[in-house]
Design a protein around this ligand. Structure first.
Ligand SMILES: C[S@@+](CC[C@H](N)C(=O)[O-])C[C@H]1O[C@@H](n2cnc3c(N)ncnc32)[C@H](O)[C@@H]1O
Length: 222
């Protein structure tokens, strides 16, 4: 697991690409924990996904941790349409516009990471078109279990229940046992978070969120 000092050092380096350091420390810990859990359960963690990327700071933080703690082939997939795409949030107070300037910022910071892949598209397109057709090679061999390769998913795109549910149900079939599914702004999409917690198909066990109602994270078991 990543140490607090290491988290702080990464935050200090990348904070200008985020909306503030405090909001990133917890997802960084979750990500590190997900890598540890999936590897303890024998899974070959090869990827993580952040949906809703904005300025790229958090994806870059995941890239930093992956370089320290994940296998060489591990990729951080960052999904966002940018370009001022309609952004669905439960209240007009949260209806921001994320335009090309944010894309430029994200591209600039993530260009420095060989383990980053940008998907300039909506989460809906990513989960319905990209994930089902994804093929993955390692040392010249197509990963036989490529259906399950994600150790971590962080949902921070549109915050309405239907979007969050579609994203969660879209990524779960690709997640390894022990993987972590995290939902930002969980208090905006309580219905989706409650439905996920109650799911019998996916055993999702809620865990430590530092007492922050804004965020939820689940460990996923098959
Ligand atoms: C709150 S910001 C993400 C912040 C980022 N996770 C961070 O921690 O710095 C929300 C992002 O969701 C993106 N977004 C909007 N519609 C989307 C969609 N349909 N699919 C994926 N992302 C979307 C926006 O462009 C915006 O960049």
């Amino acid at each position: 697991m990543i140490s607090q000092d290491r988290i702080q050092a990464i935050l200090d380096r990348l904070v200008e690409y985020t909306d503030g350091g405090a909001t990133c420390a917890l997802p960084m810990r979750w990500f590190s924990r997900a890598l540890e859990q999936t590897s303890l359960l024998g899974g070959l963690a090869e990827g993580a996904v952040e949906i809703g990327v904005r300025g790229g700071g958090l994806s870059a933080m995941f890239c930093e941790i992956a370089k320290l703690e994940a296998p060489l082939q591990f990729k951080v997939m960052s999904v966002d349409p940018w370009g001022g795409a309609p952004y669905f949030a439960p209240s007009p107070a949260y209806q921001f516009v994320y335009d090309e300037a944010w894309y430029v910022k994200a591209k600039a910071v993530l260009a420095g990471y060989e383990n980053s892949i940008l998907f300039c598209m909506t989460a809906e397109s990513f989960v319905t078109s990209v994930l089902p057709s994804f093929r993955w090679w390692h040392k010249g061999i197509e990963h036989p279990g490529h259906k399950r390769f994600l150790s971590f998913a962080y949902l921070d795109g549109c915050h309405e229940n239907t979007f969050v549910m579609q994203e969660a149900l879209g990524v779960l079939p690709y997640m390894l046992p022990g993987a972590v599914l995290a939902v930002d702004n969980a208090d905006y999409c309580i219905e989706a978070v409650t439905m996920l917690s109650a799911s019998r198909r996916y055993k999702l066990e809620c865990f430590e969120n530092g007492g922050d109602p804004h965020r939820a994270a689940f460990t996923f078991t098959l």
